[in-house]
Design a protein around this ligand. Structure first.
Ligand SMILES: Cc1cc2nc3c(=O)[nH]c(=O)nc-3n(C[C@H](O)[C@H](O)[C@H](O)COP(=O)(O)O)c2cc1C
Length: 186
């Protein structure tokens, strides 16, 4: 069983859902996880209830969306692998600083205790400003892999980086072998 966690980068949710469908088509069993922001927030990109229903139908399992539900995802009921797609700047910064106050950061903390790998599909417009040090910190952490990133709009959003969500499956398979896909920056 792998974990697939969604954070509140609402404009990338549909790209992430396509990646999730690809993993499910490979026959993977997937435990969905959501931050409270993702689980509860209606945006112009997705009504929260529609997102929840789509994800639970796809995965055939209820979404883990509280810290209490996520806490056992370590030594007690381990996941083989954890994918966070999308990973917000907010969640990246928390993981870099050991802050655990959402279901996703709790799942990541519990999971990393077991020494198993984690893949991040980052999408944030402060990746190369406020979050640059957090990106560096996590890229140096053992067992943490990134989906290759690109500058989605270097003119209007000069500090923004967004993962290439079409490569989540490829990055997952590489990470399972202990390999970071490169180039990391497209
Ligand atoms: C419409 C909308 C789009 C957003 N897109 C992003 C995004 O692409 N990347 C990001 O890091 N934060 C984005 N945010 C901000 C996050 O949702 C916010 O930081 C939230 O606290 C993230 O919580 P989480 O990391 O626990 O999911 C967006 C917010 C809104 C309302």
């Amino acid at each position: 069983m792998i974990g697939y966690a969604f954070c509140g980068s609402f404009c990338t949710l549909s790209a992430s859902l396509s990646a999730l469908r690809g993993l499910l088509a490979e026959g993977l069993a997937v435990q969905p996880i959501m931050s409270a922001a993702t689980y509860e927030t209606d945006t112009r990109f997705y009504p929260a209830a529609a997102l929840r229903e789509e994800v639970e139908t796809l995965c055939g399992r209820p979404i883990i969306h509280t810290i209490v539900e996520a806490e056992p995802l370590g030594p007690k009921t381990p996941l083989d692998f954890l994918i966070i797609a999308p990973c917000t700047g907010n969640t990246l910064a928390k993981m870099a600083h050991g802050i655990t106050d959402t279901a996703v950061t709790m799942a990541a903390k519990a999971h990393m205790r077991t020494g198993r790998p984690m893949l991040l599909a980052l999408a944030t417009n402060d990746a190369m400003s406020a979050n640059l040090q957090n990106l560096a910190a996590l890229s140096l952490r053992k067992g943490v892999y990134f989906v290759p990133l690109r500058q989605d709009d270097p003119v209007a959003k000069p500090a923004s980086l967004v993962a290439d969500f079409t490569r989540v499956g490829e990055a997952y398979r590489a990470a399972k072998q202990g390999v970071q896909l490169r180039p990391l920056f497209l």
